[in-house]
Design a protein around this ligand. Structure first.
Ligand SMILES: Cc1cc2nc3c(=O)[nH]c(=O)nc-3n(C[C@H](O)[C@H](O)[C@H](O)COP(=O)(O)OP(=O)(O)OC[C@H]3O[C@@H](n4cnc5c(N)ncnc54)[C@H](O)[C@@H]3O)c2cc1C
Ligand code: FES
Length: 1258
């Protein structure tokens, strides 16, 4: 019996036949949790909880198969999982408690402090072990040899044929009674993608799941033959065994295969996908094919009539996804020869992210040498590449050149140039990254040369290149979290576990789409614009409407009432967006209509039948294009200070002895909340009432805009929010569209309507973090003292305003980061482009402003030949920012100094320099970077909050407030505050959900201030009740809480209170640059150290130390989780995450998790230390706390600046000094191309006039 984790969305129901499906709900429940669930909950491993069931199941499967895992096994167990909230550290820490260290527990010196949890002990205590019991009927079924084996399932649309022998499988592909056109299906990890995303329909599937004959492995005299249905996971295990068992020289090819499988997909995919599936898919970026091609694998294919034939894999691939397999043939086995004494093999893969990512370029290399006069002569070679053409290409000219040549650095470098002829890529080739891909192809071959040379006795390679032989080693991750829990009485300041954690780990937590289906409910699918800009000529839903139970809704269904302007016009700040497009479309995905049907599948099928005709207009996609075409929104922002004021605006400032000018550019970022946008709208039976269950950060705006589009007063609409599976700003305003559209449908049809966007729809429609560009000119002194900053700032806003003005404002107020610059001239503009409206994203323009600051700081430092640490222009106490905000309790220098000491920065910097001296192709970089983040909504009126507190006669307390639980632990903190104020245990306080009928007119849960303002409102309500209870408490000091409450009730005292809070003193006038913009600032710093492979651009974050001033946290464990999660998100933003669009069509090319990569478990810093600064008080927020959601995010960019240091070292090695531009994110492509060398120079590829690259950032 085997336990395998699989992706539910790729596992067809029929493939589960004779299998026992275990889901998170089957493991345990909140009353009786499985240890895998309990340990993750208690370790603070669940924030929004949307990823948590998958993570629990990966851990459970690992423990079922491997009850005594090592820490390494635990880290590997999660390679197919993602989490956007936690930063992974707490999940790993929790899960590692199951790991064994190898010591004997009885004698181990650390046994008293060891936190190890023995899963087998748990199993012994529980009848049936620690795993879910396999059902008896299935056990009997499997052991019953006479039980049915081959079978067919069928319904009206599909036939699922399930042979059990190879001969049946082969026969099925043949005669008129069988299915030559049927799709063979193993793991469905390719076919499933074709069906879900490429509109493929296969009426007949032949499942190979039970064809055991084709899952075998045979070791032969000259190699190993694998049954074609061997799964990648089994292949991986078998290769490992073979490498251990067989003579080393024979298994060099197997090692190469094994190396690439390490980074092949995630465990869930490897568990089911088969060798045949990978080979027959013939993907140009298959990880196995180039290696198998290089190794000269031989395929055996079989058909009923033709019998078996052998096909060398080198002749198997004919074109893009075209193979030399006849329709009636089945691939049955794959033979991989052993390598000989002087045959060497290697494989390489470079992807955007190390784990679970498809390759940008990969390669398999084989060279056969012979010894001659003390040299090694190339007899034969095969260099096969993926990602360089339509299929696994062999570099034939390169091989031909090398044949008969000495295996030497000179010859291989000459051969590298021929690679560019073997695999020419033009500037417009699909996939983009042209120069990078060309560079990688050369770097790989050069690395291969080094690897082979290192194994040849007479060829030695220099010590300083040895580190280039292997990939960068990643240790098991570890770290520390330093914080103080409050020792005072009461619930505040305690590291209470997120109150939904147990529900989240057991799958009991309810998100919008978990709400049981209402009677008569319809499902809606958005019909979005297929073009970026143009006029709608016609919309024809007639074919869709012919399907039973299908409806179509458009702008014609929006009531025409104009009590608040046009109801079809909505928007957060201005009503400048159409709910349903009427005439002109401004971006791909813009909503034209909704198709509704009884089920999602029916609605999807119908939506494909809606025909829309357009007249296309030219589209503007990038920031640069918008600047060139002067496509700006009319509202702009300016800040002018110091000597730039008045008539002398353009005069160079006398005290600035130097100036540098440059451009800082950063791309957008996809929110990638794990729960996509979702809403459910239920019409009431009377009085136009409407109930909206929305995944929104902004219930009030949802309520108001739903009322607006329906033309009814807001008092008829209730918006209810239980919890969100992540938001990060992406559900502040963009969630509202869906609810408004569904409300129109619900009103018209009188039925509940639900929709949850698919990941691809969500990414295409819902906007991103704003891409920014800053043209700067900085004046400074010889010592690096900053004197002036002139900055033209451009934000790519998309096609409407949304929240972009406020985002721009925050960027402008943060473009000083932590540095005082007395003279500033800032001009901010919003670029109007034909892309979805960009929106709020954690940090809200702040990180973009600070990124520009750090870029010009680097420029100044590199101009002066100094390091950034040498000239610190930190703000001091009582100084004013450029927007006239006084600075009180400035912790910048303290954060910096404490971090310098605790991270041993100076000592480590020396080690880094030493490392760099010793290693030519591996460079390390280390840097320290500060942050300062202003707290408050920049729109003054939003800085208010309400709360409602009820005390019931039994003493239990129910609270609610205006904030939304997005995973950030807000409700937990509010419960802590209420319990603290009332002096009751937190178990007495309950918070169910956020509702606009309980607390009205709330502000969005945003700007990091939700705890500050809602906490104050909760406190205020509690104080009102306490004041009313005071006389009884004074009269009866001996009374328990319950007795006091009971007595108050009997005395007819109101036990319910409505609390309110508004942040004091806020006022800012942009025109005069006066007033107070923020309530206070949060400060912090990060020291990051990285290691970079300068030949590939691959990198690892070796260590990050973060220190944050967050006052006295209400809940330090939750706040540490916020710091870690924000850091990892900021690291993703500045290193691997980059949405790319087609410059010609405006289509988002990086849709879905396959193409857009957020950091995974093995991207976090290997050593990750977080310190909450001690002894800090903040008089401007509740219980001296400070906001924490957004401020740490920018610190993730320290990784990018550490990488910049590593690049500097690489460039210095090549004799290149001075400033260079490094745009954000510092992807492996930008990193590699910045390490200029002969390979980069040879790869230069210019676009021809009129040509555009395949993909561009916004
Ligand atoms: C999340 C994810 C990550 C991935 N990551 C990677 C990665 O890192 N590297 C990589 O290389 N690929 C990756 N892939 C692609 C895919 O998983 C692999 O190509 C996989 O090996 C396909 O195997 P399968 O058994 O699932 O194929 P299936 O989807 O079952 O079949 C694929 C194709 O092969 C044909 N076929 C299968 N068996 C036979 C046979 N015996 N004879 C003839 N034709 C046959 C099928 O008819 C079908 O056309 C990824 C896919 C996903 C979904
Ligand atoms: S807790 Fe993992 S995605 Fe939210």
């Amino acid at each position: 019996m085997q336990n395998l984790s699989v992706n539910a969305c790729l596992a067809p129901a029929c493939s589960m036949h004779k299998k026992h499906v275990v889901t998170v709900e089957g493991l345990g429940n909140t009353k009786n949790m499985h240890p895998a669930q309990e340990i993750l909950a208690n370790a603070h491993g669940s924030q929004c909880g949307f990823c948590t069931p998958g993570i629990v199941m990966s851990l459970y499967t690992e423990l079922r198969n491997n009850p005594r895992p090592t820490k390494h096994d635990i880290e590997d167990a999660f390679d197919g999982n993602l989490c956007r909230c936690t930063g992974y550290r707490p999940i790993l820490d929790g899960a590692k408690k199951f790991s064994v260290c190898g010591n004997d527990c009885n004698t181990c010196e650390e046994k008293d402090t060891c936190e190890h949890v023995d899963i087998e002990d748990f199993g012994k205590k529980n009848a049936g072990g620690f795993g879910v019991k396999y059902p008896d009927e299935l056990l009997t079924f499997h052991s019953n040899a006479s039980g049915p084996k081959s079978f067919i399932f069928e319904n009206k649309r599909h036939k699922w044929v399930h042979p059990s022998t190879k001969s049946e499988l082969v026969a099925l592909k043949l005669t008129k009674n069988t299915f030559p056109d049927a799709k063979i299906i193993n793991g469905n990890t390719e076919v499933g993608i074709e069906v879900r995303f490429k509109n493929q329909y296969y009426p007949i599937y032949i499942s190979t799941a039970d064809v055991a004959e084709l899952k075998t492995m045979s070791v032969l005299d000259n190699g190993v033959e694998w049954g074609s249905l061997t799964t990648i996971a089994n292949l991986q295990k078998q290769l490992k065994e073979l490498i251990k068992k067989l003579p080393a020289h024979q298994t060099r090819g197997f090692e190469a295969l094994y190396d690439n499988i390490k980074y092949f997909a995630g465990r869930q995919v490897r568990n089911v996908s088969a060798l045949a599936g990978n080979i027959c898919t013939a993907s140009p970026i298959s990880d196995l094919n180039p290696v198998l091609v290089a190794l000269g694998a031989i395929l055996t294919v079989e058909s009923q009539n033709g019998g078996q034939r052998k096909l060398p894999i080198r002749e198997f691939f004919l074109g893009y996804r075209k193979i030399a397999l006849q329709k009636t043939e089945v691939l049955v086995s794959v033979f991989v020869p052993f390598t000989t004494e002087l045959q060497f093999a290697s494989a390489f893969k470079q992807a955007k992210r190390r784990d679970d990512d498809i390759a940008i370029v990969n390669g398999g290399f084989l060279v056969s040498l012979k010894e001659q006069d003390g040299s090694y002569i190339v007899e034969d070679s095969c260099f096969a590449y993926g990602g360089m053409g339509p299929f696994a290409l062999q570099a034939k000219k390169t091989s031909a050149y090398l044949k008969g040549k000495v295996w030497s650095e000179g010859e291989v470098k000459t051969a590298c140039k021929l690679l560019l002829e073997d695999m020419p890529l033009s500037g417009t080739s699909p996939g983009g990254q042209i120069e990078y891909r060309k560079t990688l192809s050369q770097s790989f071959l050069y690395k291969f040369y080094l690897r082979v040379a290192d194994q040849l006795p007479s060829l030695s390679i220099a010590e300083n290149v040895k580190s280039a032989l292997q990939e960068i080693h990643r240790d098991i991750s570890s770290g520390s979290q330093v914080y103080q829990e409050s020792k005072e009485a009461g619930a505040v300041g305690k590291a209470v576990v997120h109150l939904s954690a147990t529900k989240q780990v057991t799958g009991e937590a309810i998100y919008v789409d978990d709400i049981p289906k209402f009677h008569n409910e319809l499902y809606a699918i958005v019909v979005g614009s297929a073009i970026a800009h143009g006029r709608i000529l016609s919309v024809d839903p007639s074919e869709a409407l012919k399907l039973p139970g299908v409806y179509y809704i458009s702008h014609q269904d929006v009531p025409k009432s104009d009590h608040h302007g046009d109801p079809n016009m909505i928007g957060s700040v201005f009503h400048d967006e159409e709910l349903f497009a009427t005439d002109t479309v401004h971006c791909i995905g813009q909503m034209i209509g909704l198709v509704l049907a009884n089920t999602e599948a029916e609605a999807r099928a119908a939506a494909k039948l809606v025909k829309v005709e357009y007249e296309k207009f030219p589209a503007i996609i990038t920031t640069e294009e918008a600047i060139e075409k002067k496509s700006f929104f009319p509202i702009e922002r300016q800040i002018i200070t110091g000597e730039f004021k008045g008539e002398e605006t353009d005069r160079p400032l006398a005290s600035a002895t130097h100036h540098v000018e440059g451009v800082a550019r950063m791309s957008a970022q996809e929110h990638f909340y794990l729960e996509t946008q979702a809403s459910l709208v239920v019409p009431g039976r009377e009085d136009d009432e409407m109930e909206v269950y929305a995944g929104t950060q902004n219930p009030t705006e949802t309520q108001h805009l739903v009322a607006h589009v329906l033309g009814i007063p807001s008092n008829r609409v209730v918006c209810r929010v239980k919890r969100l599976g992540g938001g990060f700003g992406g559900k502040e305003s963009k969630s509202v569209f869906l609810s408004c559209g569904l409300a129109i449908a619900a009103r018209k049809l009188g039925r509940p309507v639900r929709c949850m966007l698919s990941r691809e729809e969500d990414m295409a429609i819902s906007g991103t973090r704003h891409a920014f560009m800053g043209d700067y000119k900085v004046g400074f002194t010889d010592e690096g003292k900053l004197v002036s900053l002139e900055l033209d700032l451009y934000a790519n806003a998309g096609y409407s305003y949304d929240l972009s003005i406020a985002v721009l404002e925050r960027a402008m107020t943060h473009c000083d980061n932590s540095y005082r610059i007395p003279n500033m001239k800032l001009h901010g503009r919003l670029c109007k482009t034909n892309t979805p409206t960009n929106t709020a994203f954690r940090g809200f323009g702040g990180p973009q402003g600070m990124m520009i600051a750090e870029q010009y700081i680097c420029h100044v430092a590199e101009y002066l030949g100094k390091t950034v640490e040498e000239f610190i222009n930190f703000y001091k106490e009582n100084e004013f920012t450029h927007f006239r905000m006084p600075l009180e309790n400035v912790f910048l220098e303290r954060a910096w100094k404490e971090l310098e000491a605790s991270s041993e920065f100076h000592k480590r910097k020396q080690s880094v320099e030493e490392f760099n001296r010793k290693n030519k192709f591996r460079k390390r970089g280390i840097t320290i970077m500060p942050t300062k983040f202003g707290l408050a909504f920049t729109a003054r009126f939003l800085n208010q909050a309400g709360a409602l507190v009820h005390v019931y006669i039994d003493g239990s307390v129910r609270i609610t407030h205006g904030g939304v639980e997005i995973g950030q632990g807000l409700h937990t903190k509010m419960v802590q505050i209420a319990a603290h104020e009332l002096g009751v245990p937190i178990e007495k306080v309950f918070l169910s959900e956020t509702r606009t009928d309980l607390v009205p007119n709330t502000s969005a849960t945003a700007a990091s201030v939700s705890s500050d303002i809602n906490g104050m409102a909760v406190k205020n309500a509690c104080e009102q009740i306490l004041n009313r209870l005071k006389p009884i408490q004074e009269q009866h000091p001996e009374f328990t809480w319950e007795q006091v409450v009971k007595a108050a009730y009997m005395d007819r005292i109101n036990l319910s209170a409505n609390g309110f809070y508004k942040t004091p003193d806020l006022s800012y006038d942009w025109a005069s640059n006066t007033g107070r913009m923020f309530s206070y600032f949060t400060y912090g710093a990060c020291c990051a150290e990285v290691e970079l492979d300068t030949l590939t651009g691959d990198h690892i974050v070796q260590r990050a130390d973060v220190i944050m001033d967050i006052g006295r946290p209400i809940n330090p464990a939750i706040d540490v989780g916020q710091i870690e999660g924000a850091f990892v998100q900021g690291m993703g933003w500045s290193t691997i995450e980059e949405p790319l669009y087609s410059p010609t069509t405006g289509f988002l090319l990086t849709r879905g998790p396959g193409l857009y990569k957020i950091p995974g478990f093995k991207d976090i810093p290997v050593v990750f230390n977080v310190t909450v600064m001690d002894g800090v008080r903040n008089t401007r927020a509740i219980h001296s706390s400070k906001a924490v959601g957004e401020p740490p995010l920018f610190l993730g960019a320290a990784v990018m600046f550490a990488l910049r240091e590593a690049i500097k070292a690489a460039r210095a090695e090549q004799g290149i000094g001075g400033y260079f531009r490094l745009d954000s994110p510092a992807t492996s492509e930008r990193l590699r191309l910045s390490c200029v060398d002969e390979f980069v120079s040879a790869s230069k590829t210019d676009l021809l006039p009129g040509e555009k690259p395949w993909g561009v950032p916004l």
